[in-house]
Design a protein around this ligand. Structure first.
Ligand SMILES: Nc1ncnc2c1ncn2[C@@H]1O[C@H](COP(=O)(O)OP(=O)(O)OP(=O)(O)O)[C@@H](O)[C@H]1O
Ligand SMILES: [Mg+2]
Length: 236
């Protein structure tokens, strides 16, 4: 298994009268953890939606797979479930994963498989809870479980740790570094800059334009971080 490289060339996005992204030229190396950081409204989620083909951008996006195109998995920033929706965690995973009608209960073998997936994210004990009754962090864990099964070659994560407790965040970092060891390409939007410093190979700071692109140890100095998040902007 080996993930693709991602290349964007002069990517721009205008929504209404707002220039959300401007001239984004970016390379994500295959098999790396590439973090995207930047202030609220800086265009991080929009960039990902462009890569996923959900936004009418200008410029180009290329996914360069080492062989045949592999599997792309995506964990969105937020996904709401109605509190009354009678869909359990297992129903949710089964519906995403199954070729059988979603209203049928999973077979015993499928159930055992899904429980093993939930075990990885520490959620096996809550398999029969309704999705709408989960806390924010529990929901994030379930979304991560669906992204990991079947195993992805490219994993795109939009603030997956935002609602996680300390143990959840530590578990999450281990999952990401294990995936990298298997060659998976990971594009990861994250506000926790310490986590980015710990595990990312490369970081792009985004605020409409690319403000920094390089190694976390160089890019995330206190001065640069202050500039980026105070919206004063820094030299690219
Ligand atoms: N459909 C839309 N129409 C107009 N403007 C939009 C639309 N979607 C997003 N925007 C604007 O684009 C800008 C970038 O939004 P985006 O969600 O990409 O930011 P972000 O970097 O992911 O922020 P956050 O850290 O808060 O998640 C924001 O100013 C937002 O208001
Ligand atoms: Mg966002």
């Amino acid at each position: 298994m080996s993930g693709p490289a991602i290349r964007t060339q002069d990517l721009s996005l205008t929504l209404g009268r707002t220039e959300v992204l401007e001239g984004i030229t970016l390379t994500v190396a295959p098999g790396s953890i590439h973090a995207i950081v930047g202030p609220n409204g800086g265009g991080k989620s929009s960039l990902i939606r462009c890569l996923l083909g959900q936004m009418p951008f200008r410029g180009t996006v290329e996914l360069d797979w080492p062989g045949a195109p592999g599997r792309l998995a995506y964990v969105p920033q937020a996904l709401q479930f109605d509190a009354g929706l009678p869909m359990t965690v297992l129903d949710f995973l089964n519906a995403l994963d199954s070729r059988r009608p979603a209203f049928l209960r999973p077979r015993a073998a499928t159930r055992a498989h899904l429980l093993r997936q939930l075990e990885i994210v520490g959620m096996a004990g809550k398999a029969d809870r309704r999705m709408g009754a989960l806390s924010g962090g529990e929901r994030q864990r379930v979304l991560m479980a669906q992204a990991l099964d079947p195993a992805p070659d490219l994993l795109i994560l939009d603030e997956p740790m935002a609602a996680l407790d300390e143990a959840g965040a530590a578990l999450f970092e281990t999952i990401l570094t294990d995936l990298r060891a298997k060659g998976v390409t990971i594009l990861w939007i994250e506000h926790d800059l310490d986590a980015v410093r710990r595990i990312a190979d490369h970081v792009t700071a985004l605020n409409r334009r690319v403000r920094f692109d390089g190694a976390p140890s160089h890019g995330l100095t206190p001065d640069r971080v202050l500039d980026l998040f105070s919206h004063r902007g820094i030299a690219a």
